[in-house]
Write a new protein. Structure first.
Length: 291
């Protein structure tokens, strides 16, 4: 859930609500306001900001303000061309429709890249390199993305697993050890099945890399490091998850590519040898054919 949505739906006292409304109204300028200035503008006291912050799940106002301003900055960067929820209309021609999907995917990739931070990627790769097994946990249509990532990782010699049956994710989480590493994928960050899995993982002290939307969600709170997806789609009222799927795919590809680069020549040699031993097929297309 976006922090702004949580602010709008959390029950506050009358005086707290006045301050919350002020912060939402002045969100683009809030960085220029001190706690004293906010208190003066709302005829309250600075301490009320701490109470509001704690009701929203933060340790204090400084942590809340940082998260709030980051979200405001992100949401102000509107998609230029396409509505992520309704990217095409019933009147579009097939080629117009395809063109709009291309535009949406390009914007989704750019948006995802803007949310990437070097330190987060570095930490995620460090956890993956240390792990004896990388376990990827996802549900529903996200399992297809997980399977593709696992396929790539196994083809460069890294033991990586994913599980298509929901009952298996609980068992594998319980069987995991601190020497493993988990990648948990959830756009909302609130999927009940996945959160149960993550709680088992945390109980076993398994490092968790989360791939999820921006804003406050339970998965982010439980993870050791989070990679954020573009967050432009509603949970249900969308034609399809074109934007979120594109975003998650880029993040998984980035993890794979960065891991590959960490021992570039070894991984390339391993992949090439495996392909030569197992991939026998007649190819007529000169572009595709190996020399």
């Amino acid at each position: 859930m976006l922090l702004q949505d949580k602010m709008r739906h959390t029950k506050f006292s009358t005086s707290e609500q006045i301050v919350v409304d002020f912060m939402l109204d002045q969100q683009e300028h809030l960085k220029d306001y001190s706690t004293t200035m906010i208190a003066q503008e709302t005829y309250t006291s600075p301490s009320i900001l701490v109470r509001i912050s704690k009701k929203l799940g933060f340790s204090g106002y400084s942590e809340f303000k940082k998260c709030f301003l980051e979200e405001v900055h992100y949401l102000m960067k509107d998609f230029k061309e396409i509505d992520a929820n309704m990217p095409f209309s019933k009147d579009d021609t097939y080629l117009q429709l395809a063109s709009k999907l291309v535009a949406l995917k390009k914007e989704s990739l750019d948006d995802t890249f803007s949310l990437l931070h070097y330190e987060d990627i570095q930490k995620a790769i460090h956890l993956m390199k240390k792990a004896s097994i990388i376990k990827v946990f996802a549900i529903s249509n996200m399992t297809f993305l997980a399977e593709e990532f696992v396929f790539k990782m196994r083809h460069i010699g890294k033991e990586t697993q994913t599980y298509s049956l929901s009952n298996m994710i609980y068992q594998e989480a319980v069987l995991s050890t601190p020497s493993d590493c988990a990648i948990c994928i959830s756009y909302s960050g609130e999927s009940g099945e996945l959160l149960t899995t993550v709680n088992h993982l945390k109980h076993n002290q398994v490092p968790v890399i989360a791939i999820t939307s921006i804003g406050q969600n339970t998965l982010t709170k439980l993870a050791d490091v989070t990679l954020y997806t573009t967050t432009r789609e509603k949970a249900y009222s969308k034609i399809g998850g074109f934007s979120s799927i594109t975003s998650i795919s880029l993040l998984l590809d980035t993890l794979y590519a960065c891991y590959f680069q960490s021992d570039y020549y070894y991984h390339y040699a391993y992949k090439l040898k495996l392909a030569q031993q197992t991939e026998q097929r007649q190819i007529e297309n000169d572009i595709v054919k190996e020399g």
